[in-house]
Design a binder for this molecule. Sequence first.
Ligand code: FE
Ligand code: FE
Ligand code: ZN
Length: 283
Amino acid sequence: MMTLGCHLSAANGYLSMGEEAISIDANTFQFFTRNPRGFKAKELDIDDCEAFNKYWAEHDGGKIVAHAPYTLNACSADQKVRELAHMIMKDDIERLSHINGVYYNFHPGSHVKQGVEIGTDYIVQLLNDIIKPEQTTIVLLETMAGKGSEIGRTFEELRAIIDRTEHSEKLGVCLDTCHIFDGGYDIVNNADNVMEEFDKVIGLDRLYAVHLNDSKNKLGSHKDRHELIGKGEIGLDALVSFISRDEIKKLPIILETPNDLPGYKDEISMLRAALNQCVMRNA
Ligand code: FE
Ligand code: FE
Ligand code: ZN
């Protein structure tokens, strides 16, 4: 069965997220490690971590994704803002060591007029500071839409970061379908070429997770506005055919569509049904 799930609120802890996921037929999920405003994390509850690990294994749960606060900016021109990103990400990685099978995804950041090169330098400094060879958690760079001065709009920009990261064996990529479409990669008409290019530039072995979102905007719009599956410019057919690709269907696939829990439940069941049909058609 495909590892499919959605973004959930972390307010009630890990076990509660695991139970919520199972209740909507999800076998993966994503959550924010802390409140993006104020950056405060809840007190780490080891009992909850252990209860979750046990529950998740019993229910055959797949890899899950922790998302760093999207308001962090590791490549800000302001040293204080950069230091905050180091501090928080170090602390997040330490906390995540208590959870089995979790990836840690983050947005590379916005260089804000400093240019991609200086921005990339700062991101590399961050990764070389926080990634330790003994850590179990893989850190993921998210592909970005290229809104404003976001770094990570092209596969080459991510490759440049990976190339200069010392322990790059702990570094991978999370592909967001809305972001790459807004970034100009045509997964509607040219998914084969897009994924070939991903493989050539970054390498498919670096791809650990997928954010599955439709987009409110057109190809190359650089906007980053997620839409419900099938209600946007990418469309249901293209998204279903994308996740039925051999290199994608084995990964954890996370919905970040504008939804409540019942809405996510419906999208998951619709996607599971559509994928089964796809498999039957190709059999
Ligand atoms: Fe994200
Ligand atoms: Fe995303
Ligand atoms: Zn987004």
